[in-house]
Ligand binder design. Structure first.
Ligand code: SDX
Length: 430
């Protein structure tokens, strides 16, 4: 029995034997690259639900079993034992670092936490109430202008240097969004601090007093950064890869990823969840929103529910839910919204509509509640997501640039427009 699938064009009887390729895990894939050449046809797969865009060794998801692994390590073990910078190393280098490698990596990232002083001027060009994701997409793209001539994307050393710059600078760029919106002076990074602590120092410290972030808050953010670091070929990662396939500047590719992540169907959902929970207000109104989510005539969807891949629990949501519970207890914070969220989850998961469609809470359903407990404004939630995901975007971009099948991404289409017709002078038109 050969590892092939035969596609027969029943209109002509022509056949094409396509190789079936099995990866380490997951569904086998059909290599259809000769489909157009041999049978003169394209495939049509809106939303790419059944299309593999690349070979990748970085992250594996099993939607049916609710499995997420980075370079073979289960997310539950990384969440329990690792830290964000170590996960960044793992995503980019493919292996967990030795102590020497980790020390070198941490020092290298620290060398890139500063941004050019002129970059700070970009923030003041935005409206006082600009959405921080709009600012992030702009300033990250602007960083490209400081390295454009010095980055040879075909040079592996330059690619690794770019990854260190992105990981090192994203917390600084993100913190400036919060400071700009809050009317606070920008704060320089301090390299004596750890990665998360430095971000909190740049974001929350005040020139007028000492600032000491709570250990529980540092741990909660570290966990959220780990859980958001990478997630296979999601929409924003696919955007970064497509931009990278055109050999665009890597910072511009990341900026494109940020623009994609902003959408509420994607990373913007964490902010939309809080807005939805605020609109629900209390548990007595939950059913009304559930009914709206089920109503095909109502565009409203239950934010934080559903996932293209996970048709079982999103393992990240399970971890975040527990962490949220523990944080609220440790901070002795009463967050009524958390109770509403848990009641909403309970009701939805008992409703046939959600059960039949395998709609479970995803990573965005609870993450916003942790940010709320840490007094991070909801407009900053997706910026936090982008900060964490920048490591995954860089790892995926580097893998793309090293791919032996590297070529510009250029999908085709099914044309359904008008047939050929001749131009009519405007004087002859009705
Ligand atoms: C992220 O891809 C990734 O990995 C993304 C991510 C990452 O880490 O990068 O995990 C991060 O983006 C998580 C998702 C965050 N988005 C939301 O929480 C927004 C709400 N969710 C939906 O918009 C939706 O579930 C999506 C966008 C997440 C998934 O969309 P799909 O796969 O296109 O789902 P679908 O439209 O095919 O839905 C199947 C059915 C439909 O109903 P029917 O036509 O079969 O009757 O489920 C319904 C949908 O209407 N449905 C929902 C729903 N999500 C799907 N109905 C109500 N509320 C919802 N949230």
């Amino acid at each position: 029995m050969s590892d092939t699938v035969t596609i027969t064009d029943n209109r002509t009887g022509k056949q094409l034997e396509c190789p079936v390729i099995q990866g380490t895990y997951g569904q086998p894939v059909i290599d259809t690259k000769l489909l157009h050449k041999e049978l003169g046809m394209f495939t049509l797969d809106p939303g790419f639900s059944t299309t593999s865009s690349c070979r990748s060794a970085i992250t594996y998801l099993d939607g049916e079993k609710g499995v997420l692994m980075h370079r073979g390590y289960p997310i539950e073990q990384l969440a329990e034992n690792s830290n964000y910078l170590e996960v960044c190393y793992l995503l980019i280098h493919g292996e967990l670092p030795s102590q020497v490698q980790m020390d070198e990596w941490e020092n290298a990232i620290k060398m890139h936490t500063m941004t050019h002083e002129h970059l700070s001027r970009f923030y003041t060009g935005y409206r006082y109430d600009a959405h921080p994701m709009s600012i992030m997409a702009g300033v990250v793209s602007a960083v490209a202008s400081y390295y454009h001539d010095a980055t040879d994307i075909r040079n592996p050393e330059h690619r690794l240097m770019t990854a260190k710059r992105v990981i090192g600078k994203m917390p600084n760029l993100a913190s400036k969004c919060y400071r700009f919106a809050s009317g606070l002076p920008f704060v320089y990074p301090h390299n004596s601090l750890g990665f998360v602590e430095n971000f909190m120092h740049m974001t929350f410290s005040r020139p007028s007093e000492d600032y000491e972030p709570l250990p529980a808050a540092i741990r909660a953010l570290e966990l959220l950064f780990i859980l958001h670091a990478d997630h296979e070929q999601n929409a924003s990662t696919s955007t970064v890869r497509l931009a990278g396939s055109a050999e665009s500047n890597p910072f511009a590719c990341i900026a494109a990823g940020i623009a994609t992540l902003w959408g509420k169907a994607h990373g913007g959902a964490n902010e939309a969840v809080i807005q939805m929970l605020e609109e629900i207000g209390d548990a007595s109104k939950i059913q009304k929103f559930i009914d709206r989510a089920k109503d095909k005539n109502d565009p409203f969807r239950l934010m934080g529910f559903g996932h293209r891949v996970y048709k079982n629990h999103d393992p990240r949501a399970t971890i975040i839910r527990q962490a949220c519970h523990e944080l609220l207890k440790e901070l002795d914070v009463n967050l009524p919204m958390f109770e509403v969220a848990m009641e909403l989850e309970r009701i939805a998961l008992e409703d046939d509509y959600f059960i039949e469609r395998k709609l479970y809470p995803n990573v965005d359903f609870y993450s916003g509640l942790i940010y709320q407990a840490l007094k991070i404004p909801s407009a900053m939630f997706t910026v936090m997501f982008a900060l964490a995901r920048s490591a995954g975007w860089m790892a995926q971009w580097m893998e793309l640039m090293e791919d032996e099948d590297f070529r510009i991404g250029r999908p085709r289409q099914l044309y359904i427009g008008p047939a050929k017709r001749d131009y009519v002078d405007i004087s002859q038109r009705s």
